[in-house]
Design a binder for this molecule. Structure first.
Ligand SMILES: [Zn+2]
Length: 276
């Protein structure tokens, strides 16, 4: 159903006898353009012309690969199903609008017919021509609208049915696509989370390492400080010892001074006594 509708769409867009390309590309991916040409019994340029027209509407996409031996590029084509269905949907909606317009005219206007030439004209045209055929001068007859009305109504029903199918198909594709996307999003989110966790862990490890190194250097410097202190203490004790050796001399000196002072005082006292 879909293939047949797409076939018709492609012929509308790219010309007669081009619809076969849909059957070749449908449900396949990256089809070699030479294979398409062979299957369609067309030259490579004819095939490319069809595909370029379709790619202008986004209905096909391609990848190209360089042929290593021949040195030129070969194009591989894929039918973009969703785009095709959207285009088809638009085309069917437009067709239904046109059919409704025709139906309206058939239900409200009169048409005239030349049976000899099998030509039908509008009432305005028939009036202009004095109700005689422009070609053969035969008198126009009033045309029955019942046949065209019936045909048009049937066409509308058929086209609406096709449109419904396309809409369903599109809905299925869109649901699938949204599921695929949400799966991909979830996967991406998970990967991101894992990455974050890894980063966090590696940062924590780095911090730990730095902290450990700091601790080590502190210990080392403490040891040094302790050693220095020990040295200082030793020096101090040595100084103290030296000081303690010197100390008695001072005491002795002080003692001498005291003795000298007392001698002076004694002398003074003696002097005072002599004056009396
Ligand atoms: Zn005629």
């Amino acid at each position: 159903m879909q293939v047949k509708l797409l076939h018709n769409l492609v012929e509308e867009l790219a010309g007669e006898n081009t619809g076969r390309i849909v059957e070749i590309l449908f449900n396949k991916k990256d089809v070699n353009e030479f294979l398409i040409a062979k299957k369609m019994e067309l030259t490579i340029n004819q095939v490319r012309n069809i595909l370029y027209k379709l790619s202008a509407d986004g209905l096909v996409s391609f990848i190209r690969k360089k042929d290593k031996r021949k040195g030129w590029y070969i194009y591989y084509w894929t039918l973009r199903t969703e785009k095709c269905l959207v285009k088809l949907e638009q085309s069917l909606i437009k067709k239904i609008e046109e059919l409704n317009k025709i139906l309206m005219e058939r239900e409200t206007k009169r048409f005239y017919l030349c049976k000899l030439c099998d030509i039908e004209v509008s009432e305005e045209k028939a009036l202009e021509e004095g109700f005689t055929c422009e070609e053969c001068a035969e008198v126009y007859e009033l045309s029955s609208n019942s046949g065209p009305i019936k045909d048009t109504k049937a066409k509308i029903v058929r086209t609406e049915k096709d449109l419904g199918l396309i809409k369903n198909e599109l809905e299925i594709i869109r649901v699938k696509e949204s599921k695929r996307r949400s799966r991909a999003d979830k996967k991406e989110a998970k990967e991101l989370e894992a990455k974050k966790a890894l980063l966090k862990a590696s940062r924590a490890a780095a911090r730990k390492k730095i902290a450990k190194e700091k601790k080590m250097t502190k210990k080392v410097s403490k040891k040094k400080i302790v050693k220095k202190k020990v040295k200082k203490i030793k020096k101090k004790t040595i100084k103290k010892k030296k000081l303690s050796k010197k100390a008695p001399k001072k005491k002795i000196a002080k003692g001498k001074i005291i003795k000298k002072k007392t001698k002076k005082i004694v002398k003074k006292k003696k002097a005072v006594r002599k004056r009396k």
